[in-house]
Structure formats: C-alpha cells, structure tokens
Design a protein around this ligand. Structure first.
Ligand SMILES: [Zn+2]
Length: 215
C-alpha cells in the first residue's frame, strides 16, 4: 500500500517514515534524492532539470512528475511512502494519474497534527548526523556521545533550516502550500490524522492501525 505523509518540518514525520521502512518494508520516495540522482545520471529529465536550476529557476511540476513516474514504474509492487510530495493540489492530481497508469493508488494520507509552539521547540533543538541522517534532539533524544552520532560516529549538526531565524518562514510556507492539499484529501475521504505530540512508538501504533498493519 502506498501512503502519503504530510506534516510540518519537526512533526516527527521523518522518524515514522524510518519506522515504516524498517518494520514494514516500505520504501521512501524523496523528490530531492530523485532529482539529484537524475542529474548525476545525466538522464533526459535530469539534464532538463539541471538546465533550469542553472538558470536559477525552480524545477516545474511536469519535470518532477516525470521523475516520480519513472520511480513508481521501477518500483512496481512495492509499498511507497511519499514524503514531502505532493505539496500542491496540482501535484496531488498528477500523482493520482501516474499511479493509475502504473495500476497503483494511494491507500492513505496521514496528516501529522502538531501545535506550532511545540514545533519550534522541536526544530531548534534538533541535531542531524551528517553521515547517516540519524536525528537527535538536545532535550528529548540526546546522543550519549555528545555531538557524535551513536550509530555511525558521524558529526551531529544543526541543519541550517532548523535555525530559529528561518523556522517561521518555513512554517508559513508549509501551511500556505499544504492547507489546500489537506482539504483535497479530506474531500476524497483519504485523510487520517495522527497526534504527533505522543511518543514516537505510540504514534507508530496509531499509524499501523490506520494502515491496517498488524505485528
Ligand atoms: Zn550517524
């Protein structure tokens, strides 16, 4: 089953995504990774995207959709997590077409609801391993090795995105884009909400229930 995760940065969406991959064999589509890979491989779409980015332009929806299309095609039969995509209603509609073409569909859309104040606290305290991407938090999940990753020994850093100065902007941008997308999935009766102020393990249980995954 394919699932879309929608949540502001800091809502804990990334942690749940990792759980779903580790425990339930999901794979995750990241449009950023797809874009980087296509550019590195110099595919037709990759070259098109690079040309635009070199001119300082945003990569338009139709290019992103082509990337998503080939990813879905290459991963037929697997359960995909769409994280950070679709961001807009137009992307949501296009994703539906792409999946349909590949005899697939979205099973559920999970929205991570969280209070904005808590979100700011979560984001500013977040530290990310530069090597393996493991996420820590100075209050709720500190590394026992200080600013070194427990898993791989990599260095823990604050992502530039998580600095207090830029968070307000990020959150505004997020609600502006995702509000209509969330409404779109509510109308289609596909949206389920999780309360992400709980412990991550409990949130996972809620998600497993929503997706009908039992242990
Ligand atoms: Zn690490």
């Amino acid at each position: 089953m394919n699932v879309i995760l929608i949540g502001a940065p800091g809502s804990g969406k990334g942690t749940q995504s990792r759980y779903l991959m580790d425990k339930h064999n999901f794979i995750q589509l990241s449009t950023g990774d797809l874009l980087r890979a296509a550019i590195a491989a110099k595919t037709a779409v990759g070259l098109e995207a690079k040309g635009l980015m070199d001119q300082g332009k945003l990569v338009p929806d139709d290019v992103m959709i082509k990337l998503v299309d080939s990813y879905v095609e290459q991963n037929k039969g697997k359960s995909i997590i769409f994280d950070g995509f679709p961001r807009t209603v137009a992307q949501a509609e296009n994703l539906e077409l792409v999946l349909k073409k590949n005899s697939s569909a979205i099973g559920k859309v999970i929205y991570f609801r969280i209070n904005p104040k808590l979100l700011v606290k979560r984001l500013t305290g977040r530290r990310t391993c530069v090597k393996c991407g493991e996420i820590y938090h100075i209050d709720s999940k500190p590394s026992s090795k200080g600013d070194i990753c427990e898993k791989c020994g990599g260095e823990l850093k604050q992502r530039p995105d998580d600095r207090k100065e830029v968070i307000g902007e990020r959150l505004d941008q997020f609600s502006k884009n995702t509000g209509p997308t969330i409404d779109y999935y509510i109308k289609k009766n596909m949206l389920a909400e999780v309360d992400c102020e709980k412990d991550p393990e409990l949130i996972l249980k809620d998600i497993e229930k929503i997706l009908g995954l039992s242990n």
